[in-house]
Write a protein that binds this ligand. Structure first.
Ligand code: NDP
Length: 277
């Protein structure tokens, strides 16, 4: 499995596991746990979750899935913007730790920008780091202007990632945010790399998949991962689909594949507002 370097030199898996919509229905619990375990068995040891997902339910699913293997997993979670104040972020993080039954979150993100000043959230994140409750912090859904602002607040340069929407059908970040983050050596974490399933019916993905003996989903993920500093976090609650998605790690798209995808899913031709789900 390919890895990506965080700004401090630590490496993480370039292909991880999303968890949005997990933990919402008790009847799905075992299936969700099994899907995450299947992914970890295949080396997808970065798991992305958030206090928002299932209002804590997804973090509980993660907690169950990582039992007995905590040391081999890199956990990413996120704080709601309305909890991202100096005291609020610390309390929210402690609740997340409890739900996942772990001592430390590996990477803790501001889920999106809200009313709390970035400087205050960063202060809370730095305190959590010094107390050992998180190891790295980062942001999500921040546009290029927000990132500039972040770099100008105290300790803002300690940001380890920006998690944003990126898939074949949504390429806006290629205009500025992606090159800016690459220049600052901040990896981008691509969320919804399958376009939440919507792009998978495009015949070009099937055609390229057939050529490589892979699924359209693996092609879509491999396309996102063609950048050396991008981490992809597809979500599936189905162990078989997780296996299909894991195949993206070894799938090398050639020039012909990339040209075909470029025709069907054109790149941005100017700046645009950061797309957010
Ligand atoms: P994805 O692009 O990962 O797509 C998930 C959907 O695709 C699900 O409906 C899933 O269904 C389906 N799917 C997964 N694998 C396959 C496959 N091989 N074949 C066909 N269908 C498949 O969307 P997400 O929005 O879930 O994004 C991924 C993760 O990114 C989230 O789970 C979350 O962790 C994170 N995220 C972060 C956001 C943020 O604001 N920071 C916003 C959105 C997502 P099924 O489960 O039934 O297989």
């Amino acid at each position: 499995m390919r890895t990506v370097k965080l700004p401090d030199g630590e490496t993480v898996q370039a292909l991880g596991l999303g968890t949005w919509h997990m933990g919402e229905r008790g009847s799905e619990h075992d299936r969700e746990v099994n899907a995450l375990k299947a992914g970890m068995d295949l080396g997808m040891t970065l798991i992305d979750t958030a206090e928002m997902y299932g209002e804590g339910g997804a973090e509980e699913v993660v907690g169950d899935a990582i039992q007995g293997r905590r040391d081999n997993v890199f956990i990413v979670s996120k704080v709601y913007p309305h909890n991202a104040s100096r005291r609020g972020a610390i309390a929210a993080c402690e609740r997340s730790l409890k739900r996942m039954r772990i001592e430390t979150i590996d990477l803790y993100l501001l889920h999106w920008r809200g009313g709390v000043p970035l400087s205050e959230t960063v202060e809370a994140f730095e305190q959590l780091k010094s107390e050992g409750k998180i190891r790295h912090w980062g942001v999500s859904n921040l546009d290029a202007g927000d990132m500039n602002e972040l770099h100008n607040v105290e300790s803002g340069n300690n940001c380890a990632t920006n998690q944003v929407l990126y898939h074949l059908g949504e390429r806006g970040i290629e205009w500025d945010l992606l090159p800016d983050c690459a220049a600052a050596k901040i990896p981008v974490m691509a969320y919804s790399p399958l376009g939440q399933g919507a792009i998978l019916f495009e015949p070009a993905l099937q055609q390229i998949g057939d050529k490589h003996g892979a699924t359209p989903a693996a092609v879509a993920i491999a396309w996102v991962m063609r950048h050396e500093h991008v981490i992809a976090i597809p979500k599936s609650s189905d162990a078989e689909r997780v296996r299909q998605n894991a195949a993206a790690s070894d799938l090398k798209l050639d020039a012909e594949d990339l040209a075909l995808l470029e025709d069907v899913f054109p790149p941005p031709n100017g700046p645009s507002r950061l797309a957010i789900l």
